[in-house]
Ligand binder design. Structure first.
Ligand code: BES
Ligand code: MN
Length: 462
């Protein structure tokens, strides 16, 4: 194999490409912004559209309401007496808020195609990527080509706000969702010449810390000097959390960090990288990162601390002379195998309490979190995925770790017992979460092809 009968699947994909593009445009027109209450109706409308669309393809499709946004479950027709392998494809129809709107060259929910790129919020993150998988399956069904496996698409509406109701849904539907592997295309590749299997993701631990000083903002001339300034105290604490090269200065934080094997480092070194181009792309005067690691290692395989937001005192026009009553910071730590969320949280809170001066009162809010993820790239399923990538992109794929987090991946392992194969279709300049998000239509085309090959390869890999 790949069997001769994929010819008709491929032909179908080619012949119907223009229609697929129209359909994807219809899908991204829904402003399915999970974070904004005012878009609740658009969320449901979008999910209903997807369900109807899948039904028209001949897929058994259902909408499952949750306390948050609905979950879409789509199944290929189950047939035959002998059990086939079962794979789950995960995606999300919710999108990030489009603001700041003035930076978009075309409105976020009015899809535009320029230079073979589809511009719209949600185009790549994640509607276009799971839509490619759906179209590959449509091609199987409509050409009467037998799928060598059963497939279930699980498309949620809360990925961008923490997947709050998905974990319970998995537990309640454990039996129906039990599968041989999960496939996700919600991540990236370096470029079209380097298709990639991502075998590791970082975890995440979010904390909000607040320092409370005087009971109200004080005149800084009258009182300054006799009371501590919470903003200053916060900066001094934050400055102690990281050394000058980005290593986290919390005792014990690196104890469980698994070193990169020489095989992995060799694989990561195959990823094309130019420091000046990267620097220019990001608009920074110089790169920054932990000594002894390459930039790609630093951003995918090493823990980090980031300040996401820093708030205190007067932010308005002109000046105001005060000692602010409080100061706060939103922090996230990215975690890597074999760190655990529980231990990281404990080390972080313990250390913050230890370094907090007695002149202010500290409160810590433990926010969302997710465990790091790693699956061996040497396993049979990973090898099958690599073959599908090669067939679809016509290039030797690379092995990647990614710095981003998809916390639900660990629930797939814990609840369903399944490993996840991450087969991203996003390019580095696709602007997910940013203005002018786009999906490269060559990635769309190759993604559909990859889907077509994947089920053949994976089904034979058991
Ligand atoms: N798809 C991304 C995560 C991602 C991006 C993984 C690139 C690998 C490569 C996802 O939609 C996302 O943005 N996740 C958040 C998770 C967080 C809110 C819990 C992230 O990584 O910040
Ligand atoms: Mn995202």
């Amino acid at each position: 194999m790949p069997s001769a009968n994929l010819t008709s699947v491929q032909q179908y994909l080619k012949q119907n490409y223009a229609r697929f593009l129209d359909e994807l445009c219809a899908y991204v027109r829904f402003p399915s912004i999970s974070a904004q209450e005012s878009h609740r109706k658009d969320m449901t409308a979008c999910a209903q559209w997807a369900v109807q669309h899948c039904r028209a393809i001949g897929l058994d499709s259902q909408l499952h309401p949750t306390a948050g946004h609905p979950i879409i479950l789509v199944r290929t027709p189950r047939s035959g007496s002998s059990p086939k392998p079962h794979f789950l494809v995960y995606g999300h129809y919710d999108v990030q808020p489009p603001e700041p709107l003035e930076l978009w060259e075309s409105p976020p929910f009015e899809p535009h195609i320029r230079n073979n790129q589809l511009f719209a919020r949600g185009a790549v993150d994640n509607k276009g990527q799971h839509f490619a998988h759906l179209k590959a399956v449509e091609a199987y069904l409509k050409t009467g080509t037998e799928l060598p496996c059963d497939l279930t698409f699980l498309i949620e509406g809360e990925e961008e706000v923490g997947s709050n109701h998905l974990s319970d849904f998995l537990k309640k539907n454990r039996q129906a969702l039990r599968c041989d592997a999960v496939v996700i295309s919600d991540n990236g590749i370096p470029d079209l010449k380097h298709p990639a299997l991502t075998y590791a993701l970082r975890g995440i631990a979010a904390v909000v810390i607040k320092l409370h000083g005087p009971s109200r903002d004080l005149h800084s001339g009258i009182f300054g000097g006799s009371v501590d300034n919470p903003a200053m105290a916060l900066c001094q604490m934050l400055a102690q959390l990281r050394d000058k090269r980005g290593r986290i200065a919390i005792p014990g934080f690196y104890d469980d960090v698994a070193p990169l094997s020489s095989y992995e480092r060799k694989q990561l070194a195959r990823v094309p990288f130019s420091e000046p181009a990267y620097r220019k792309f990001l608009g920074v005067p110089q790169l920054f990162g932990e000594r002894g690691f390459t930039p790609i290692e630093q951003r995918t395989a090493r823990p980090t601390i980031e300040i996401n937001g820093l708030t205190s005192g007067y932010q308005g026009e002109g000046s105001k002379t005060i000692v602010p009553a409080w100061a706060s910071a939103k922090l996230t730590f990215r975690l890597v195998p074999n760190q655990t969320l529980a231990k990281a949280r404990q080390l972080i809170t313990q250390h913050l309490k230890r370094i907090c001066p007695p002149t202010v009162r500290l409160t810590i809010d433990v926010g969302h979190g997710g465990e790091p993820y790693l699956v061996s790239p040497k396993g049979a399923q990973a090898q099958a995925a690599l073959r599908a990538l090669k067939a679809a992109f016509g290039r030797e794929p690379v092995l990647l770790r990614e710095g981003g987090s998809i916390p639900i991946v660990n629930d797939f392992k814990q609840v369903l017992g399944a490993d996840t194969l991450l087969l991203g279709l996003s390019l580095p300049d696709d602007n997910p979460h940013s203005p002018n998000e786009k999906f490269d239509l060559e990635c769309f085309r190759r993604g559909m092809l990859m889907g077509a090959h994947l089920w053949q390869e994976l089904s034979q890999s058991r």
